[in-house]
Design a protein around this ligand. Structure first.
Ligand code: AMP
Length: 330
């Protein structure tokens, strides 16, 4: 049996716990200050310490990693980079090409458009701004540095304070409720499963509603993701949730050879019941950490606690049992 491994961050505790539940040995790759965390939770059979995460790609661990299957998550992709993953001999669960399509915003919008999923309007120039917008920087992670503008003047005013103004988009700000549905597509069974939904807590935007308008008016909303909270959605919206997931999988087959394993479409639902997608995550999202013991939705399908991490391990196990595991690793 291979060892299931990942970098110690993001959703690693859930991934390793799930792998143990499915009978795998596990390993975490981490830096020294984090060792006591992984020691404490007892989900990693082995703790490998690195100075730099990219050391994983070098000669030092080559033999050791022969029998490892790595599970990418958001921080994993950030630390290692999808380009390095595509070049590497390490085995990763999922289609690493999908990580390129989630990382490149132009490709991501093409993917969403082809999937018939609405996206907020993009303004190519500040003088075209005719409604409230959010300014997003390309390299930014987790909403860092994003800001809100209500018109063109505010755009120029706020831009003065930004040092590197090279790469950003001006996107319509969609007013609605955020829903981040978690999916799992089984390549072995050709079936899409819906695992749960979260809403991200974002600071300070989520704090502004707690103070009177005469104070909140003076505060610039920012959208830095700091945590997650569970949510369920109206049952009548489930058909659209499934349709969006299926369309995304079908479009990925046309563009880059498929999307399998966990993924998420970050959406905003407006009061006229339209979903707007603001992002795709082509791997496990941290919102699934809410459901280590299963979600309201996995409880319906499974008679045992089924986290996304455990579902990944179960797919790998089935791949090994049926001689198809290589198809899952790319
Ligand atoms: P993102 O990095 O695109 O996931 O955005 C981070 C956060 O900013 C989201 O979780 C939303 O709360 C907010 N956000 C991003 N884009 C929009 C948008 N077009 N309209 C409203 N809120 C947005």
């Amino acid at each position: 049996m291979p060892v299931i491994a990942t970098i110690g961050s993001h959703s690693s505790l859930q991934i390793l716990k799930g792998a143990k539940e499915e009978g795998f040995k596990t390993a975490v790759i981490t830096k020294k200050p984090m060792v006591k965390i992984y020691d404490s939770f007892k989900v990693a059979d082995e703790i490998l310490i690195v100075d730099n995460y990219k050391d994983m790609l070098g000669e030092k661990f080559k033999n050791k990693f022969n029998n490892f299957i790595f599970i990418p998550h958001g921080s994993f992709v950030e630390y290692i980079g999808y380009e390095n993953m595509l070049k590497s001999d390490l085995k990763f669960f999922g289609n690493s090409k999908s990580l390129e399509w989630e990382s490149d915003r132009r490709k991501m919008f093409k993917w969403l458009n082809d999937s018939k999923i609405k996206v907020p309007k993009i303004f190519n120039s500040p003088d075209k701004i005719d409604r409230p917008c959010i300014i997003k920087f390309y390299g930014a992670k987790g909403g860092k540095g994003y800001f809100f503008v209500s018109d063109e003047n505010e755009f120029y005013e706020k831009m003065k304070k930004i040092k590197d103004t090279e790469d950003y988009i001006i996107q319509e700000y969609v007013v609605g409720t955020r829903f981040y549905p978690h999916y799992f597509y089984s390549k072995l069974d050709n079936e899409l499963e819906f695992f749960g939904i979260d809403i991200r807590y974002e600071s300070n935007a989520d704090g502004i509603g707690r103070i009177p308008p005469k104070f909140s008016d003076k505060i610039n909303p920012t959208y830095v993701v700091v945590g997650n909270t569970p949510v369920v959605i109206r049952e009548s919206l489930l058909p659209r949730i499934f349709e969006m997931g299926e369309n995304l999988v079908n479009a990925s087959n046309r563009f880059f050879g498929g999307l399998w394993g966990p993924f998420c479409i970050e959406t905003i639902l407006t009061d006229d019941m339209k979903f707007y997608a603001i992002e795709v995550s082509a791997r496990i999202v941290a919102g699934t950490n809410l459901y280590i013991d299963g979600s309201q939705y996995t409880k319906l399908r499974y008679d045992e606690p089924m986290s996304t991490g455990r579902r990944i391990a179960r797919e790998i196990k089935k791949g090994i049992e049926t001689g198809r595991v290589e198809e899952l690793l790319q």
